[in-house]
Design a protein around this ligand. Sequence first.
Ligand SMILES: C[S@@+](CC[C@H](N)C(=O)[O-])C[C@H]1O[C@@H](n2cnc3c(N)ncnc32)[C@H](O)[C@@H]1O
Length: 275
Amino acid sequence: MTEQTASDLYLDLMAAVLTRYGFEGSNNTVNVSTGSYAGYLWDMLRDELGDGSVRLTRTGKFNAAKRAEGKDWPADAETMVGLRRLTNIRTCVETALADGVPGDLIETGAWRGGSTIYMRAILAAHQVTDRVVWVADSFQGLPKPDARRYPEDAGDQHYTRDELAVSQEQVRENFKRYNLLDEQVRFLPGWFEDTLPGAPIESLALLRLDGDMYGSTMVALDNLYDKVGSGGFVVVDDFGAVGACARAIEDFRSKRGITEPIEKIDWTGVFWRKS
Ligand SMILES: C[S@@+](CC[C@H](N)C(=O)[O-])C[C@H]1O[C@@H](n2cnc3c(N)ncnc32)[C@H](O)[C@@H]1O
């Protein structure tokens, strides 16, 4: 076994816990399609029970391959991105630290907060006290598609998914669970188009985009890309999973003449490093 430092062990443990990797018998959230018969029945059942916190989960066997790639949707984990994309966050942040790339870290689209909790854990593991982790989210799920401004989002159904709405209080509790909520964590609650233009962020070493939709991806890039310094990283969670997100990335890169190669993390995640 190769020698591991206490900080390696801590970060590996954090990644495993935040994804619930290896927790046998973990439940998975069942995605019921809106408009399907099952969706109709599920809506009726939820109305009958009168409680928005009721969730439909399948008790299943833990699937290591799926969880590593963030291909299932864990019922309890603080992140759905899986191990490989957490490892990518760690590599980006540690590279930026080693190379002295200045700036904070942000995720636009945090859900239960797991990726941002991991960012804060990485700063803690390296005893970095002069960088902030920004957590940008509506804390009420995704917006209705604005097909007039972003035709690529027409028909997008993400906004109907109650499971994607996690309150800021809940995310703060999730940070507290790991003793990682402090003044180095700052929240930008609200729709990106309202919060990102005036966000008091000076510079970024990591811009992690996880807003799924064309509009959410484009608004984040338009407002934050220029804050990413040379040597900083842009990570896109939904490039492979959501066609509209990939189109936003391609459109932005072509309008800004960005030629740094896009590198693959797993089946959906990609990143590039600003030269
Ligand atoms: C797929 S989840 C993010 C998953 C998360 N990064 C993780 O580690 O598991 C997408 C999140 O983006 C947020 N979101 C998407 N578009 C948004 C927008 N335009 N403004 C604010 N929040 C948005 C949603 O509220 C949701 O929490």
